[in-house]
Structure formats: structure tokens, C-alpha cells
Design a protein around this ligand. Structure first.
Ligand SMILES: C[S@@+](CC[C@H](N)C(=O)[O-])C[C@H]1O[C@@H](n2cnc3c(N)ncnc32)[C@H](O)[C@@H]1O
Length: 212
């Protein structure tokens, strides 16, 4: 068996053993262990939260005085966590009034588009979701707040990272061990929201045939 397969099986078994809803729990765990995204008492928005393993990790890390809101297209079965609320909604159609002017310390996005098998199309779908997460963060993230989002790597990654660098003190790519090496999936970890993250950067129009 390949070492990648062994690692994948390891995280799968660990998730089962520890009661996490998916092995994705270990991606956020590693990101937070290495980059210190979440703190006690934080108010967290988790975009693309189903089935809920990031909610489980964040719930523990922010503690009973923190709060997390998870949003997903799919319903999230009752997690029975006192500090977690869930909303079934398309993030791209989210009314920001839902949050009643509350501001978040952290925005997380593990959103992934429905994959087509075409890497270019899937990459652009993923980048679009990241820009949506950035637009939401521009409105709802507190100054100095943090953003973590998943992206499928490809040609538009550089431009996405550049937008993140204009909005945050630090923005860097991160590939957790629980993420399969053969997958193009990685995470952009952004810390220290700048005050002036108000306006979305103009995104260059897609090139013909890019699959946008
Ligand atoms: C990889 S899963 C998230 C796993 C989750 N972080 C966990 O730990 O359980 C990606 C999720 O993104 C959601 N998603 C994709 N596009 C979305 C959108 N436009 N609005 C809301 N959720 C979306 C999908 O429904 C899917 O549940």
C-alpha cells in the first residue's frame, strides 16, 4: 500500500475513533496548530460547513464563550454543540442581514464546488467560491481577523493570493498532511485583516476557453 494511502486511512480511522464527522477535522486542526487562527471566545463563521467536522474542531477551540455559525447548501444534522448554530443556505446568495451586524473574529471556508472531473473548470469554480468568501470577509470580518479558505490550485491561484495579500498582513498557502498529496486542494491562510479591505479587487476576465 502506498504511504499516501496509509496516511489517508490513518486520518479516516482517527476521525472515526474521535467522533469527528470527517477526516477534514485534521486539516483544520493542523492549520490551527501551525498558524494559530482560532482563540478562546472567538466568533467564527464557517462557510461550507457540512457535515460538520470543522464545526466540531472550532467548537472545542473557541470554548463555551465562543460562538460558531456554520452555513452550507446541505442540512447539517444536529451536532448538539451549545456554541454552534447552522444555516442551510447558498453562500453566494447569503443575505448579510442574517448576521444582524455582528462581526466575526474568523471566517473559515472549506467550500468546494461539485466536481466535474475537469481540473480547469473545478479550479475556477473553487476560486470563485474563494472570492465570495473574501467578499463576505470584507463585510463581516473584524479588523485583524483571520480567514482560512480551501482552493483547488490552478492558473488563477496567483491572482487570488495577490488579492489576499492586499487584504491581510500575511497570506500564505498551506497543504495539511490530511490533504491527499495527489489532490490539487490546498488552503490559503490569511491573518490580520487590514482596515481597508473594503473593496473587492477587480478580477481579470477569464481567458476564452479557460472553462470559467
Ligand atoms: C468539503 S465539504 C466541507 C467539509 C466541512 N468543512 C467539514 O469539516 O465537515 C464542502 C462543502 O461545501 C459546500 N458548498 C459548496 N458550495 C457552497 C455554496 N455555494 N454555499 C454553501 N455551501 C457550499 C458543499 O455543500 C459541501 O458540504
Amino acid at each position: 500500500m502506498s504511504s499516501q494511502r496509509v496516511l489517508h486511512d490513518h486520518f479516516f480511522r482517527e476521525a472515526k475513533r474521535n467522533g469527528y464527522r470527517s477526516r477534514a477535522a485534521y486539516k483544520l486542526t493542523e492549520i490551527d496548530d501551525k498558524r494559530s487562527i482560532l482563540r478562546k471566545k472567538d466568533f467564527v463563521l464557517d462557510l461550507g460547513a457540512a457535515p460538520g467536522s470543522w464545526l466540531q474542531v472550532a467548537s472545542k477551540r473557541v470554548g463555551p464563550r465562543g460562538k460558531i455559525i456554520g452555513v452550507d447548501l446541505k442540512e447539517i444534522d444536529n451536532l448538539q454543540l451549545d456554541n454552534v448554530t447552522t444555516i442551510q443556505e447558498d453562500v453566494t446568495e447569503l443575505s448579510l442581514e442574517t448576521f444582524e451586524n455582528e462581526m466575526f473574529d474568523v471566517v473559515l471556508s472549506d467550500m468546494a464546488p461539485s466536481t466535474t472531473g475537469n481540473r480547469t473548470i473545478d479550479h475556477h469554480g473553487s476560486v470563485r467560491l474563494c472570492h465570495t468568501a473574501l467578499d463576505i470577509a470584507a463585510t463581516l470580518l473584524k479588523p485583524k481577523g483571520n480567514l482560512v479558505m480551501k482552493v483547488l490550485e490552478g492558473g488563477a491561484y496567483k491572482e487570488l493570493l495577490e488579492r489576499c495579500e492586499t487584504c491581510f498582513s500575511v497570506a500564505k498557502g498551506f497543504k495539511p498532511k490530511a490533504s491527499r498529496a495527489i489532490s490539487t486542494e490546498m488552503f490559503v491562510v490569511c491573518t490580520g485583516r487590514k482596515e481597508d479591505m473594503t473593496k473587492p479587487m477587480d478580477i481579470a476576465p477569464p481567458r476564452p476557453g479557460s472553462g470559467w
